[in-house]
Design a protein around this ligand. Sequence first.
Ligand code: PLP
Length: 356
Amino acid sequence: MREPLLFGEAPRARELPFLPLVAGPTPVEPLRAELGGTPLRAGLWQKRDDRASPLYGGNKVRRYEWVLADALDRGARTIVTAGGYASTQVTATILHATAQGLDVDAVLFDQPITSFAREALSTDAAAGGNLIDGRGYARTAWLVAKRMRAATRPYLLLPGASSPLPNLGYVDAMLELGEQVARGECPRPDRIVLPTGSGGTVVGLALGAALLGWSTVITAVRITEPYVTNRISLGALLFATRRRLDTLGVRGSKRLANARVEVDGRFLGEGYGFPTRETAAGMTLTAALIGQPGEPTYSGKGLAALAAWAEARPSEEILYWHTLSSTGRDAGATQRAAPVRLGPELRRVFAREPVA
Ligand SMILES: *Cc1c(COP(=O)(O)O)cnc(C)c1O
């Protein structure tokens, strides 16, 4: 059974409940692909967290090793969560929590309808999630509060599921990369690029890099509105997660002050979930790299940004950290009618023409 490398850095982390969901280190590989017929340059790498779990990979699994363990430890029976129709966090919650015998109530808010949104909704419904149509953000928040009162032994997972406890998952992931670099599987990256919403992934990686004594810059490609993802919100999350590491007895905690996150806001376009001029290329890159259809919300923007950074910084070793799952997906679902298990309210998503 995998034991977190974090236990070696922060001894009191051993006292926390932990649920191993990631089988072992995810591969780190050269990133080789073409963009518009031209090969991307050498010196690019990819960390395959798309394969973090055969059940459903992507960047939520490592957080759930801590947060679902906490929910089970507290005797929770129902996870109450929220996200957009195409939310990977909702899908990851439903697949991983139901596998632990928990019920999931997910309130879904409106976002542009894409093929991936249909795929996600089909997967969510087939896996037995209790899906509730939230429509706007305010109504979604109200319905979440309502579910928290009505559900049996509820446990709240906010959209994105980034708080200091789950963020430990990506501190640990960075230590994993540290071992891979030490083994010579790839060079120490100058920069790590990945799409960023609630910020837990970049914050964990930045703190992990600081623990390793690396000066690697973590480039957070903004995929949500600036009021959600910005230097102040990420700074606050970084600080809170650092405090958490301190309470866990992290060695040499002064090192953590060197954590570096930079926000790249150029690829958001109209907003969360909206395709842009660059996302078509980013989606093609996703498919080439992970072997599953891309989507415009996360990897479409993240990989478009990677291509831009590769060109702008020709001498840097740049690593793209995959956040989208390549496992547990039902990509064929987009071709079919609305799944029977979807309530009438959400079925209308399948009546609209996808925008990407
Ligand atoms: C959740 C998610 C993100 C954003 O990660 P945060 O830690 O919330 O910033 C990026 N890509 C994918 C595919 C995700 O599911």
